[in-house]
Write a protein that binds this ligand. Structure first.
Ligand code: TYM
Length: 332
C-alpha cells in the first residue's frame, strides 16, 4: 500500500469546514487504500506565540475531533508530533540543506511575518516549512493529502528530498501532493474570494465543527452571495454561491450538477436554508463523538502514546539512515 502522511495544527478551539473538506475528509477515505500516518503538529503550533495549557487542551481536542471525524486508530497511525523526537532531529539536518533565500520565498511565512511585524516573528516561524518537510520525509510518504494552501510547502519538501538524495545517497521517497481540486480551497462565507481560515478577521465567515450548530446555521444563512438570482456554479463570477454548492455537494454526497438542477428556479434563500440544515446534521454527531473522547482523556492519551510508538518505529529507521548518509558517527 502506498504510504500517506499529513498533519494539522492544534491552533484553534475547533477545526473548521475548510480543514475538514480540504484535508481530514480525504484522510478518512485514504485509510481504506493507503498506509496512513496522521499527526497533530504541536511543534508547529508554538511558532507564533501560544499559551501552554491552551495548547495541551487543543492538542487533545484536535485528536478527539479527528477520531470523531472518522480516523480509526486500528486503521491509521494517529499521533502527536512532539512525542516523536525524530521530527525535530531531521528538521535540523534538512535546515542545513535549505537555502536562506529559498526559505525566505515561502509565501505563508511572508504573510504571517508581515502580519506580526518582521522583527517580532520567531525563527521557528521561518523554519516552519522545513519541519513540515521532516514530518513528511520521515515516513517515506508517497502522498500528502492537503488543501491548496500547502502546495508551496510540498514543493519545498520535494526539492529537499531530491537534493538530499542526490548529495548524500537515497534516503527519502519524493512525495506527491494529494490535493482534491473541488474542495482544495473552501472560502470564507463573508469574503468568498479569501480562503476559510483560523486567522480570519471575523468569525462570521468560518464554520467551526465544534461551534453551536444554531450559530453555524445562522452563518450559512447570512453568507455573502452576489446580486444575481440564478443558482449556477460559476466560481469566477459567483464565488459565494460556488462555495456554498461545493460545501453542500461534499457534505451531502450529491453532485454539483444534481444540486444545480434541484434548485433550478428557486432562490438563494432556499439553498442557504437547506445547506444550513445539512451542516447542522453533519456537525452534531461529530460534536457528540468528540465529547465522548474528551470524557476520557487518559484513554485518549494512551491511544496517542500507542500511535507515537508506531510512528517512532518508522521515523527512527529513516533518521538512522539519514544520519549515516550525512556522516554522523553511529553510537557504538
Ligand atoms: P493547517 O493546520 O493550517 O490546516 C490543516 C489542513 O487543512 C487544510 N485547509 C484547507 N483546505 C481547504 N480549504 C481551506 N479553507 C483550508 N484551510 C485549511 C490545509 O491545507 C491543511 O491540509 N502546515 C500545515 C500542517 C502540517 C502538515 C505537515 C501538513 C505540518 N506538517 C505535514 C501536511 C504534512 C498547516 O498549517 O495546516
Amino acid at each position: 500500500r502506498p504510504r500517506v502522511l499529513s498533519g494539522i495544527q492544534p491552533t484553534a478551539d475547533s477545526f473548521h469546514l475548510g480543514n475538514y473538506l480540504g484535508a481530514v475528509r480525504n484522510w478518512v477515505a485514504m485509510q481504506e487504500t493507503h498506509d496512513t500516518f496522521y499527526c497533530v503538529v504541536d511543534l508547529h503550533a508554538i511558532t507564533a506565540g501560544h499559551d501552554p495549557e491552551v495548547l495541551r487542551q487543543r492538542t487533545r481536542v484536535s485528536a478527539a475531533q479527528l477520531l470523531a471525524a472518522g480516523l480509526d486508530p486500528d486503521r491509521c497511525t494517529l499521533f502527536v508530533q512532539s512525542q516523536v523526537p525524530e521530527h525535530s532531529q531531521l528538521a535540523w539536518v534538512l535546515s542545513c540543506i535549505t537555502g536562506f533565500g529559498e526559505a525566505s520565498r515561502m509565501t505563508q511565512f511572508k504573510d504571517k511575518s508581515a502580519k506580526q511585524g518582521a522583527d517580532r516573528s520567531s525563527v521557528g516561524l521561518f523554519t516552519y516549512p522545513i519541519l513540515q518537510a521532516a514530518d513528511i520525509l520521515l515516513y517515506q510518504a508517497d502522498a500528502v493529502p492537503v488543501g491548496e494552501d500547502q502546495r508551496q510547502h510540498l514543493e519545498l519538501t520535494r526539492d529537499l528530498a531530491q537534493r538530499f538524495n542526490t548529495r548524500f545517497g537515497k534516503a527519502f521517497t519524493v512525495p506527491a501532493p494529494y490535493i482534491v481540486k473541488e474542495t482544495a480551497k473552501i472560502t470564507d462565507l463573508q469574503d468568498p474570494t479569501a480562503k476559510m481560515s483560523k486567522s480570519a478577521s471575523s468569525p462570521s465567515g468560518i464554520i467551526e465543527l465544534l461551534d453551536d450548530p444554531a450559530r453555524s446555521a445562522k452563518k450559512i444563512r447570512s453568507a455573502v452571495t452576489d446580486t444575481g438570482r440564478e443558482i449556477v456554479f460559476d466560481a469566477e463570477h459567483k464565488p459565494g454561491i460556488a462555495n456554498l454548492l461545493t460545501i453542500y455537494a461534499a457534505l451531502s454526497g450529491r453532485t454539483i450538477d444534481d444540486l444545480v438542477a434541484a434548485y433550478d428556479g428557486r432562490g438563494y434563500g432556499d439553498l442557504k436554508k437547506d445547506l444550513a440544515e445539512v451542516v447542522v446534521e453533519f456537525v452534531r454527531p461529530i460534536q457528540e463523538r468528540t465529547r465522548a473522547y474528551l470524557d476520557d482523556p487518559a484513554q485518549l492519551d494512551k491511544m496517542l502514546a500507542i500511535g507515537a510508538d508506531k510512528a517512532g518505529a518508522v521515523a527512527s529507521a529513516t533518521l538512522r539512515t539519514t544520519y549515516e548518509r550525512v556522516g554522523f558517527l553511529a553510537p557504538a
